[in-house]
Design a protein around this ligand. Structure first.
Ligand code: SF4
Length: 319
């Protein structure tokens, strides 16, 4: 037996894992998960959650086991149960409808998304047309558009649209952005808008949030040293998809998204000596353990920045 194990270890090929850091859940997602858990603790089960609190099946299933019920719309929530709004933010008519129905609601919108909402409102109050740079149909984009009256926000998804969009008054114009865009894409789009509309107003720092920026920078730092790179995340997560793009655009063409460690195609990894790992989730340890079963693994953590960001919880859940 001892001999067999020795042989197995001997036959394992070496694999160096480069761990992108920071990676995994941001403070906004951690806060949203805590909000659902504390709401269940305070009001009992079930607690309704409008939309996946974060785009992560693992988190969603865990919260379901604790007593959360995920729904698409408010009309699926009974009058006598509390409802939590997801970290992506919601259009204004959602809390308005919850108030009209006397529902207990807790808003888990990430404070950085709320900041973009306030920017859009400020520009609108100053009679500027607001351009939102983002991806159509993403819940955060729907939420931001829904802060202003219908038709007040124009969506721009790419450079081509920035080069062709028509606006009513080019001097009264502002832009805001989805927090989870690719920094590189956002810079290109803003540059194209500024070329056409030099008077356009925008945030001093782009709206892309610190966590998105840091995770993309961490992937850039390791991508060209990797033979292959795995992003552990969900295809409907903007953050995960942008990390995949960043890896592919920075010299690691052999990059792929894996939702669960069990989905990993080990043949795809054949021949790789250096594997990069980043994640929009907390499943990294599981993937490293699965690698250890097949390879003689050494792990290098590639820390690019130490994040020290803390967001407060909603007042209803503190104390
Ligand atoms: S805005 Fe940033 S910190 Fe907030 S939830 Fe989104 S990725 Fe996380």
């Amino acid at each position: 037996m001892l001999h067999d194990r020795f042989l197995m270890t001997e036959s394992k090929k070496p694999l160096t894992i480069l761990l992108a850091s920071p990676r995994g859940f941001c403070t906004g997602v951690d806060r949203a998960i805590q909000i659902v858990e504390r709401t269940i603790g305070r009001y009992g089960r079930p607690v309704y959650v409008r939309h996946e609190i974060v785009h992560n099946r693992f988190v969603v299933e865990n919260l379901e086991a604790k007593g959360a019920i995920f729904v698409d719309e408010l009309d699926e929530v009974p009058d006598d149960r509390p409802v939590v709004f997801s970290a992506h933010g919601v259009p204004k008519d959602v809390p308005a409808e919850a108030t009209r129905r006397n529902l207990v609601y807790i808003d888990a919108t990430c404070p950085l998304v709320s900041k973009v909402h306030r920017e859009a409102e400020r520009h609108h109050e100053q009679n500027r047309t607001v351009i939102l740079i983002g991806h159509a149909g993403h819940p955060e984009v729907i939420g931001t558009i829904g802060q202003l009256p219908r038709g007040a926000v124009l969506l721009v998804e790419n450079v081509k649209q920035a080069e062709t969009i028509e606006v009513p008054h080019p001097v009264d114009l502002a832009y805001v952005a989805q927090t989870t865009l690719s920094i590189d894409d956002a810079v290109e789009i803003v540059t194209a808008l500024r070329q056409r509309f030099p008077a356009i107003q925008g945030p001093k720092m782009e709206d892309i949030c610190y966590a998105t920026a840091n995770r993309q920078a961490a992937v850039k730092a390791i991508a060209e040293r990797c033979d292959a790179l795995v992003v552990i995340g969900a295809p409907n997560s903007s953050n995960s998809m942008r990390l995949l793009e960043v890896a592919t655009n920075h010299d690691c063409a052999r990059s792929r998204l894996v939702q669960r460690v069990g989905d990993m195609d080990w043949r795809w990894l054949e021949g790789a000596r250096r594997l990069g790992i980043t994640a929009g989730t907390s499943l990294v340890d599981e993937l490293i353990a699965a690698c250890r079963e097949r390879y003689d693994v050494s792990v290098e953590a590639a820390q690019t920045i130490d994040e020290g960001v803390v967001f407060k919880l909603p007042r209803q859940l503190v104390a």
